[in-house]
Design a protein around this ligand. Structure first.
Ligand code: FAD
Length: 447
């Protein structure tokens, strides 16, 4: 053991016991590292969390890979519902199924965020090296003294860990404190749209009112719904709608306004949501943020993971997946630099940041896809060509969505490859058009 190896100098503090924090605690504990997790909220395993509502996320290949590395995938999978494709709900109530590629194992898994978090915390806590500290909110970091200060039910608690991981989400206090007074970049961008989660109940005797094993989308250009299934047959619906302006969250407050919005855009959902007005009023409206920052670490002492260093809009369903992938990348960097933590932190950031920057752009682009393109003729035709080429050349031709959701290819490499494929396709279509025109001219001359 040297001064900078992951075990040196005492225990590690992870700030934030959410998805990335609890997974990383488990990964480090498996390497014999002593870990203290400080989470500002109460223990989600005790009593009801998030008001008892189910908030679910789409788990895909990158997240599955990270969970496999810590030996948890067999426990996670039974908690999820397989989604074999998207069901698109048109304004006239008709539906169209767009499969992902189930025969090739290309499916998404809908999983309850709280259930997954509880499982990760449970498994982390089984390691004797892990201690969980709930109701501990990071308030300050004294970098000179290498000391963290938490608020614990109104009392100040201090810790001097060997090193620190900031896994405290999009509004990371660890990041703010780490970068205070340093040459650091930080950019945040709010989407002018917000979101609200509603529940579509299961049928009284169990079972689902709509196709269970699919992601459902109601694209309406001005706004859209996405829904993820739960194991009991219910679905969590998320409405994405502008914060301001006509037909926005600002103008949809009274029961009449709520009913008017749904009559205009989602009449087919009204009979399925008998508690619509009550749910609308009692469920909060959320905001969506993209953040970019650099650097992701300071010296050999503190490093960021997950939303703390790259929050993205949720439209590619990759926030949690990429946060989990960060944990794998950080562990790989430790393995590559076993005696130099600072070098590991730098290598980790260099291997990840260009790709999470790409993910931020892709997530913005998918916003347009989900709200309107999934219904467009040209978009669907393009998807069909992509799918057909993929079937014909499964190793050579990979649609962008497939590379992002169903492989662990770095995000930037996936985008580069997709652009190359785009060029080839454009070249082939142009060549075909020339041949058709040429043949037309030739036939014309013969007649
Ligand atoms: P978080 O999960 O936010 O965890 C941070 C933790 O830190 C929290 O427990 C918090 O309480 C704690 N904390 C915060 N501040 C402090 C402090 N000062 N002191 C101590 N603790 C603190 N991702 C997907 O992959 N697939 C999806 O389908 C998907 N859908 C989404 C839908 C919506 C509407 C939204 C908003 C997000 C979605 N995401 C999805 C993104 C995903 O939720 C996040 O990317 C993921 O939760 C990031 O994990 P994290 O551990 O970095 O942060």
């Amino acid at each position: 053991m040297t001064e900078q190896d992951i075990n040196a100098g005492g225990r590690v503090a992870i700030v934030g016991g959410g998805l990335a924090g609890s997974l990383l605690a488990l990964s480090l504990a498996r390497q014999g590292v002593g870990v203290d997790v400080y989470e500002r909220r109460p223990d989600p395993r005790v009593g009801l969390s998030e008001g008892g509502r189910s908030i679910n996320l789409g788990l895909s290949k990158r997240g599955i890979q990270a969970l496999t590395e810590v030996g948890l995938i067999d426990q996670v999978m039974p908690l999820s519902v397989v989604m074999g494709g998207r069901v698109i709900h048109a304004p006239d109530g008709s539906t169209r199924f767009q499969p992902y590629g189930k025969d090739r194992g290309e499916v998404l898994h809908s999983i309850d965020r709280n259930e997954l978090n509880r499982l990760l915390l449970d498994h982390a806590q089984r390691h004797p090296q892990v201690r969980l500290h709930f109701n501990h909110r990071l308030e300050r970091i004294d970098k000179a003294r290498r000391e963290l200060e938490f608020d614990h039910d109104g009392e100040k608690v201090r810790a001097q860990p060997a090193w620190v991981v900031g896994a405290d989400g999009a509004f990371s206090r660890a990041r703010q404190e780490m970068q205070r007074g340093e040459r650091a970049d930080y950019h945040q961008e709010y989407l002018e749209w917000g979101y609200k989660e509603l529940s579509l109940a299961a049928l009284p005797g169990g079972g689902s009112q709509i196709e269970l094993e699919a992601l459902h989308v109601w694209p309406r250009v001005h706004c859209f719904f996405v829904s993820h299934p739960n194991r009991d047959g219910s679905h969590t619906l998320t409405l994405f709608l502008p914060h301001e302006g006509p037909d926005s969250f600002a103008t949809t407050r009274t029961p009449d306004e709520v009913r008017a919005l749904f009559n205009k855009y989602f009449p087919d959902l009204i009979p399925l949501l008998p508690n619509l007005v009550d749910d609308w009023v009692s469920h909060p409206t959320g905001s969506l943020i993209t953040t970019r920052t650099a650097p992701w670490s300071m010296d050999e002492w503190i490093v960021l993971v997950g939303d703390a260093c790259h929050a993205v809009y949720p439209f590619y369903g990759q926030g949690m997946n990429s946060a989990f992938e960060d944990c794998s990348a950080l562990m790989a960097a430790f393995a590559a630099h076993p005696r130099d933590r600072r070098a590991a932190f730098i290598a980790y950031e260099q291997s990840r940041r260009p790709h999470t920057d790409t993910l931020a752009e892709l997530s913005k682009a998918n916003f347009i896809e989900l709200k309107q393109k999934v219904q467009s003729f040209w978009f669907l035709a393009r998807k069909r060509v992509d799918a057909a080429l993929n079937r014909l050349l499964p190793k050579t031709w990979l649609p962008l969505y497939t590379m992002i959701a169903h492989t662990t290819m770095p995000y930037g490499d996936a985008l580069k490859r997709s652009r190359q494929q785009e060029k080839i396709l454009l070249g082939a279509v142009s060549a075909l058009a020339l041949v058709v025109v040429g043949a037309g001219v030739w036939v014309g001359r013969l007649l």
